[in-house]
Structure formats: C-alpha cells, structure tokens
Design a protein around this ligand. Structure first.
Ligand code: CUA
Length: 304
C-alpha cells in the first residue's frame, strides 16, 4: 500500500498553485484565530464588570472603518486568488487525451480510447493534459488524486469531467472521496504516470474493440438500428451528424444533443420526444451497463 504523507508530493501543474493558497489560508486563519481569542480573553478580564464600575459610551469611526475595510480587501484578495486557480481547472484545454471512468460499488473502471480498460488504476502519459469523463453506475463517488490536487464528484445519470497534466512520472494514490457504502474505504487505487514513449507502448500492447466499435456492435445487437438506420427516418430520428447539434421536441423545447441527452434517451426515452416522431422507443435501462452506454455514445459521436 502507499505511504500516505500529510502533504502529498506535487505531481501536476495544479499542485504548485493550490498549495501556496492552502498554506496562506491556514496560517492566516490560525494567526487571526489566536490573536482574536487572546484579545478577547484579555479584554474580558481587564474590563470585567465590578460593582460600582460604569461603562461609558465610546465611538471611533476611523477604527470601525479600518477593521471593516482592511479585512474586506483581504477577503476579496483570497477570493480572487482562488478564482484564478479554479478557472484554470474549470477551463478544459483543447488538446486532451480522453479517458472514460465509471464508478461502481466498489471499484473504478477506466477505459482508454483504444478500448483498453483498467480497474482501480489509471495509466497516463506525463506532460499531456488528460481529460476524464466520469459517471457512476449506482451511487455518488468522488475521483480524487491528492498528488494532482484534483477531486471531482462522480454522479449517477450524469457526466462530470475533470482534467490534469502530470509534471513527473511515478506512482500516485487514487481514492474515492465520497462515502459510498460499506466498502467505500476499499475503493482505492493508483495512477501510473509514464514517459510518452513508454505510455504509447503500454497502450498499444492490448488489442480489443475500441469504444466506437463496441458501440457499433451494440447498436446492431440491441436493435437500435431497426429504427435509427442510416437513410431511413420513418420511425426514429437519424443520428448521423447529430451530436452537438440542437434538437426540437414535441413540447417545443430544445436541447443540445450531448452525452447526457443520449443517456437520457436510452434510459428514459419518453422524456424528450423529437418533433415529428411518436414515443415508440422502449427503455433500455435494465439491459445496458454504464460502460455499454459510454460505448453507444462513442459510436453516435463517431457518426458526426
Ligand atoms: Cu466510491 Cu466512496
């Protein structure tokens, strides 16, 4: 098992930025906490109510303003500092290596674009932005890599994303950071960061179906093709080139066709019926795993 230090090492581009803010906040709060408590106790004893002592009314506008304005400026400064880091984390870079992650009680399943899968482990290249698209098969989980200073909820029936870029090679711990049932504490694993060339060699080592190929096979197998076949739009909407476009529904509302919309349409087809079509499609909720749905989404994306 990993030896877990109090302060994890810095292994991503975020780490060196998050830690100064963390330490500033911790020390700043500690100083104020001690100072205010000390002054509070001293003044309480010094000006204790005794028989015969009369308190006087005292006003000092300059003092009031000073201890209001200075902390306000400091608070805004802290907010600005945190926001700058958060924006960097929230803005996905263009050129990412995309990996899909499914959390389930109690394991992480990771799938690479070429179809290679890993359990409770993520292998990735150094010096390249990696993007995770994550969902859960059951309850709330949380993908957490302390050495990268990244953490993101993994939510059933929703897709969350997260990105990071490793700055050094090595082995780093991976945790589930959300209590998800009896064996939550066993939902741990590791991240291996390899040099580009080694990563490419590792990735190429296994042959299997890519998510797009697996999705195409499912598309036939589950009978999707009978209503959504290319060139025939009589029973169900065409899917070619639809990903990322806007669709209009029978109630006049619109939505962009994204991962979540496709998932919803497979699991609860009656939720949004495309204009001009009847609600014929049955649910596939009990027949498909989250991995199957990820593959179908990859296939539908590839039709664009
Ligand atoms: Cu999954 Cu805790």
């Amino acid at each position: 098992m990993f030896n877990i230090p109090l302060i994890p090492e810095h292994a991503s581009t975020f780490a060196a930025k998050v830690d100064p803010l963390f330490w500033f906040l911790t020390i700043f709060v500690a100083i104020f906490c001690v100072a205010i408590t000390a002054i509070f106790i001293y003044l309480g004893l010094r000006y204790k109510q005794t028989p015969g002592r009369k308190s006087e009314h005292y006003e000092n506008m300059a003092l009031e303003l000073t201890w209001s304005v200075i902390p306000a400026i400091i608070a805004i400064g802290i907010f600005w500092w945190g926001t700058v880091i958060y924006f960097e984390y929230a803005n996905m870079p263009e050129d990412t290596y995309d990996v899909s992650v499914v959390g389930k009680q109690w394991m992480w399943k990771v799938q690479h674009p070429n179809g290679k899968t890993e359990v409770n482990h993520l292998t990735m290249p150094v010096g390249q932005a990696v993007k995770l698209t994550m969902t859960s098969q059951d309850v709330l989980h949380d993908f957490y890599i302390p050495a990268f200073r990244v953490k993101q909820d993994v939510i059933p029936a929703r897709y969350t994303t997260m990105w990071f870029e490793a700055t050094k090679t090595g082995e780093f711990p991976l945790f589930c950071a959300e209590y998800c049932g009896t064996e939550h504490s066993t939902m741990v694993g590791g991240v291996t960061v390899l040099p580009q060339a080694e990563f490419t060699a590792w990735l190429g080592g296994e042959t299997g179906m890519t998510p797009v190929e697996a999705g195409a096979a499912l598309f036939q197998q589950m009978g999707c093709v009978t209503c959504h076949a290319q060139g025939d739009a009589s029973r169900g909407p065409q899917l070619n080139g639809k990903f990322g476009t806007e669709e209009t529904f029978t109630d006049g509302s619109t939505a962009t066709i994204d991962e979540e919309y496709i998932r919803e349409s497979i699991m609860t087809p009656g939720m949004k019926i495309v204009q001009g079509y009847a609600p014929l499609m049955p649910t596939f909720a009990s027949q498909l795993s989250e991995d199957d749905i990820n593959n179908l989404i990859a296939y539908i994306k590839s039709l664009s």
